[in-house]
Design a protein around this ligand. Structure first.
Ligand code: ATP
Ligand code: MG
Length: 424
């Protein structure tokens, strides 16, 4: 690289910096607060897995596997991939660590980066973050309702309103084949008008046509067969119970019969949360039931349900409703002279020990420039320490918001902090 070239982050990948990071932290804190109230524990699978972990679960003929995976050979020639989503890794971990031997249901949440080689655009990145949950060992529609309810509580906790919940059932291995056949028939008649991707999907994965975002494919869907009319008795009962439970706990939803989701592993319930204000990439969270996946990974038959929240999209929504309060130093210590410099460091340590943020001025600076810096940092209080203060074992203080001033004995430092400053 020559000296006039600049290093840049890879396309579709971004640095998350202050002040945005405080929004991220607020969301992550809400996840850590809400999910455990429903019994979910954190899990941290690796970011890289054998490629087959993803291809087998997400499905060979999905956008993610066909086009979007970061796949490499490692030095031993194994094909490995950066995870494009969380569920496959969590299921692999569940089976590999025999977590099915623990009492059911087992509930996990995760949070971290995902990677998809997509065309970067608003709301779509190549490294993006998801916070998600997975619940193993319950086939009850009550569980689906509870997971959706928990997602609602989480979004409420971070202050997001006006989002809409859409639900659907995509049936099971009994009823979906019949539906697939009808869909194939419907679109075969319209083959020539489909986009090139959908023409291919017609043979490989016809349900995906219902998910296509190309204008002419969207139009053509008018009058397509709807899964709701093809559900078997068990799937229908499951869906009806889910709907009545959501209503009972006050979750407002709409049924979207076109929501088939872009991953192959779903069975029965699928759901999505969308925002009316995000434009084309409007889904902020998505999930569903995947009753066959644990078995496919070599575990026992284990029904499961989960969701993933797209962090960038909720950060974007929160940014629109106002910037977060930036943290400011509690105390800025301005000192004059060498003796006071050492004393300042000791006092700063006591302040931090008591749980408050202390900033120290620079050695060379004059009192005036110390004060200027304290101002620029919006410190709550300035402590001024010079020879005189060392002799009298006191600190001069000044409150920057109203210029109130006073003195406090160094021995009473902790009391001063407790009385005057709310801790972080
Ligand atoms: P989309 O229809 O937006 O492509 P998807 O079906 O690929 O979504 P999932 O795999 O279900 O999405 O992921 C769940 C959530 O993760 C999405 O609802 C979205 O909020 C977020 N997400 C997915 N892909 C990206 C991306 N490339 N950049 C940012 N967020 C993403
Ligand atoms: Mg996608």
């Amino acid at each position: 690289m020559s000296s006039d070239e600049r290093y840049q982050a890879l396309k579709g990948m971004q640095d998350i910096l202050p002040p945005d990071i405080y929004i991220w932290q607020k969301i992550e804190a809400a996840a850590r607060e809400i999910f455990p109230l429903f019994g979910f524990k954190e899990i941290r699978p690796p970011i890289v897995e054998l490629t087959s972990v993803f291809t087998r679960s997400i499905g060979e003929n999905t956008d993610i596997v066909e086009k979007e995976m970061y796949t490499f050979n490692d030095k031993a020639g194994r094909s490995i991939s950066l995870r494009p989503e969380g569920t496959a890794s969590v299921v692999r971990a569940y089976v590999e660590n025999h977590l099915h031997n623990l009492p059911s249901p087992q509930k996990f949440f995760y949070s971290g980066p995902m990677f998809r080689y997509e065309r970067p655009q608003s709301g779509r990145f190549r490294q993006f973050y998801q916070t998600g949950v997975e619940l193993f060992g319950s086939s009850s529609p009550k569980t689906d309702a509870e997971v959706i309810l928990m997602l609602g509580r989480f979004l409420e906790k971070i202050g997001l309103e006006g989002l809409s919940f859409q639900i659907n059932s995509i049936g099971c291995e009994k009823c979906r084949p019949g539906y697939k056949e009808s869909v194939t028939g419907f679109f075969s008649d319209r083959h020539d008008n489909l986009c090139p991707d959908c023409r291919r999907r017609l043979n490989l994965n016809p349900l995906r046509i219902l998910d296509c975002k190309v204008g002419r494919c969207v139009e053509m869907r008018n009058g397509a067969p709807q899964i709701i009319d093809y559900l078997c008795e068990d799937c229908k009962t499951h869906f009806d119970k889910l709907k009545s439970m959501l209503s009972a706990v006050g979750v407002k939803y709409t049924v979207n019969p076109e929501m088939v989701r872009g991953l192959d592993y779903y069975t029965r319930t699928t759901f999505e949360v969308t925002s009316g204000t995000l434009g084309a990439q409007n889904a902020v969270a998505a999930g569903g039931r995947y009753d066959k996946l644990v078995k496919a990974f070599g575990g026992p038959e284990t029904p499961a349900v989960g969701f993933a929240v797209g962090m960038e999209r909720i950060v974007e929504l929160l940014k629109r409703s106002g910037q977060p309060d930036l943290p400011v130093p509690d105390i800025f210590i301005a000192f004059i002279g060498d003796a006071a410099e050492t004393q300042s460091m000791l006092i700063a340590e006591r302040i931090r020990g008591a749980g408050y943020w202390a900033e120290l001025g620079d050695s060379e600076a004059s009192l005036k420039s110390h004060m200027r810096r304290a101002d620029r940092l919006s410190a709550k209080y300035v402590f001024i320490i010079g020879d005189e203060e060392i002799n009298s074992k006191t600190i001069k203080w000044k409150k920057l918001s109203d210029s109130e001033q006073g003195e406090t004995p160094i021995s009473g430092l902790t009391d001063f902090l407790l009385e005057n400053i709310t801790r972080h």
